[in-house]
Ligand binder design. Structure first.
Ligand SMILES: Cc1cc2nc3c(=O)[nH]c(=O)nc-3n(C[C@H](O)[C@H](O)[C@H](O)COP(=O)(O)OP(=O)(O)OC[C@H]3O[C@@H](n4cnc5c(N)ncnc54)[C@H](O)[C@@H]3O)c2cc1C
Length: 288
């Protein structure tokens, strides 16, 4: 399969990439190409211009800045998976990257590409919601920061504007006494999440939940925050009964879709099972 013909552009600065994006009619940004190129081959996307971000300086890497982990949008899944900083400060982010696709996908695909694309079955969105990522976008009017709860708008739709580039992802480091875990039921061929849940909790010395984040991906048209699960856990001691009761609400607020992977009932059941498992693991980690 071949994509329709397009013109290729390879800017080296964010400024030039934005200029091209503003000037060219029907242009698409290209990161790792592991979502865009298959769509172009299937003729689901036929942009006239591709603006390759591969040579743009300053869009890669992981660093810590005042208690926040700052990840460049062009950082590959493999770099996220193997980053010493992420493994030490927010290991669940590395663990999530490690279960994306296969080594070929992880070596080319980028964290920014995944989060800008907003595939409903992508893994990182669940973790982004649970931890509270922020997205730094740059456009003709300068920079703006978008919180994760305002980011995923619908099926492959995010808050990113056509004239903007996602440059950086900001990941908060949770306090001591926190634990997080991402678990998914993977599609056997692609490894995309049929359902994936990330749970993050902070416990006080008495084992009471003082902060919680739960993100669900795969089941609906976009990744969502499981607000009713969070509400059922906050300010409660997280024993098995409380976790089980909260996990029962994991499909509430998710627009669960029936598709070739399963019925609404089946996927809702997976939401509940994986919420419980992810919560149990997160609590265990928070307890140290
Ligand atoms: C066989 C296969 C299996 C996969 N399995 C999984 C899986 O299990 N879990 C999972 O989560 N993903 C999976 N993926 C998707 C993979 O993670 C992609 O790498 C990712 O979704 C897109 O990242 P990319 O860098 O390749 O982006 P691209 O394909 O280059 O771009 C995707 C979209 O995002 C836009 N974009 C990219 N970067 C930016 C930016 N910085 N600013 C603004 N817009 C941008 C592009 O214009 C395009 O519209 C799989 C892909 C394949 C081919």
């Amino acid at each position: 399969m071949y994509p329709a013909a397009f013109d290729y552009h390879a800017p080296t600065t964010v400024k030039d990439a934005l200029k091209l994006l503003g000037k060219l009619d029907d242009a698409k940004l290209l990161a790792g190409g592991h979502s865009l190129i298959p769509m172009m081959k299937l003729r689901l996307a036929q942009p006239k211009h591709l603006i390759d971000l591969g040579k743009v300086k300053g869009l890669g890497g992981v660093k810590e800045e005042k208690g926040v982990i700052v990840v460049g949008a062009m950082t590959t899944h493999w770099e996220v998976e193997s980053s010493k900083v992420l493994k030490a400060k927010v290991p669940v982010v590395s663990e999530t990257a490690a279960v994306i696709g296969d080594p070929a996908v992880r070596n080319k695909g980028t964290i920014g590409g995944s989060l800008a694309h907003g595939d409903p079955a992508a893994d990182m969105p669940a973790t982004a919601i649970a931890l509270g990522f922020e997205f730094v976008c740059e456009g003709p009017k300068g920079k703006r920061t978008v919180k994760v709860d305002d980011w995923f708008k619908g099926l492959m739709e995010t808050a990113l504007k056509d004239t903007e580039l996602l440059t950086t992802i900001r990941i908060p480091v949770w306090a001591a006494g926190s634990g997080a875990c991402y678990m998914k039921f993977p599609h056997p061929a692609s490894r995309f999440a049929i359902v994936g849940v990330c749970a993050a909790v902070t416990l006080d010395k008495g084992g009471v939940c003082k902060k919680v984040g739960v993100g669900v991906t795969g089941a609906g048209t976009r990744a969502v925050r499981a607000k009713t699960v969070e509400a059922a856990l906050l300010n409660k001691p997280l024993d098995a009964k409380t976790i089980e009761a909260a996990a029962q609400k994991a499909a509430d607020g998710v627009d669960v879709q029936a598709d070739l992977q399963g019925s609404v009932e089946y996927k809702s059941h997976l939401c509940r099972v994986f919420a419980r498992r992810a919560l149990e693991a997160a609590v265990k980690r928070a307890q140290g």
